[in-house]
Design a protein around this ligand. Sequence first.
Ligand SMILES: Nc1ncnc2c1ncn2[C@@H]1O[C@H](COP(=O)(O)OP(=O)(O)O)[C@@H](O)[C@H]1O
Ligand SMILES: [Mg+2]
Length: 312
Amino acid sequence: MLPLKNNQNMPAVAFQNVSKVYEGARGRLQALSDVSFDIRQGEFFGLLGPNGAGKTTLISILAGLARASGGHVRVLGHDVVSDYAAARKALGIVPQELVFDPFFSVRESLRIQSGYFGVKGNDAWIDELLQNLGLADKAGANMRQLSGGMKRRVLVAQALVHRPPVIVLDEPTAGVDVELRQTLWQFVSRLNREGHTVLLTTHYLEEAEALCGRIGMLKQGRLVALDKTSALLAGRASTMLRFKTDQALPEAIAGQARVTGRIVQLKARDAADVEAVLATLRSAGVAVEDLEIGRADLEDVFLEIMQQGEAA
Ligand SMILES: Nc1ncnc2c1ncn2[C@@H]1O[C@H](COP(=O)(O)OP(=O)(O)O)[C@@H](O)[C@H]1O
Ligand SMILES: [Mg+2]
């Protein structure tokens, strides 16, 4: 088993000028461009970005499942290409896709996975994983009998059988029920408190806001933001104005508004900004309902950063 505590100056994960080009029948696609950042030991790090931004590609390179076209990736100092076995052993990866072997029971598949990492006599930890992931009564069930949510739990358990110091979760809650989300976050947060580093990709921004101490944002293969979650929230539009209307917005504010059906959201720097927006609406004769003024959340920040990227 690998120690959780290493030289604390060494990053848990170091991405250095990582690029990836996919060449295929439909041509050339630059999935990652010169991505560099470190994840420190013990961090709970969130990697965010819209679909196709390159999150899974970056994780595949980290996991040694895909080769970078340029740059280097190290896990606790081990290069994922030249020192693959050591790097892989330091990682527990929960893949985005549900991949599993249909012929084994849950417990068998966890024993096989332990064997793959050379971990013997692992039953006590396997029992703890089953317990903590709500799988105890499914230990004897065949993998193919399980629902999608249960398979997802087994994938999490499989990733953790060798107690990896670095845990990587690629959209682990996409399409899963609320109960599993809560079970998963309780357990992963506990592992993080005990010293495990966590790298999470998700498009549930409220999850990232609640869990991640630091966040990186990818857009079209480029890192467009990297900061503490609190700093991202503090440094951007601090106030959001939300209301409902059935009418068209005046031109002066339509361009900055985020409209979802009848719901309109607008950012405001301060109280004077809020007043100006309301005055514009009033003079345009737009009737608003359910007006709320609230703090910007990570989703607001995310959308603002993604829009800026477009303008650049
Ligand atoms: N194996 C592949 N071959 C060709 N293109 C790929 C492959 N995997 C991903 N892509 C493309 O690379 C881009 C990034 O995809 P991905 O890393 O899956 O993004 P994300 O996980 O952020 O949604 C997308 O445009 C996707 O279509
Ligand atoms: Mg993905």
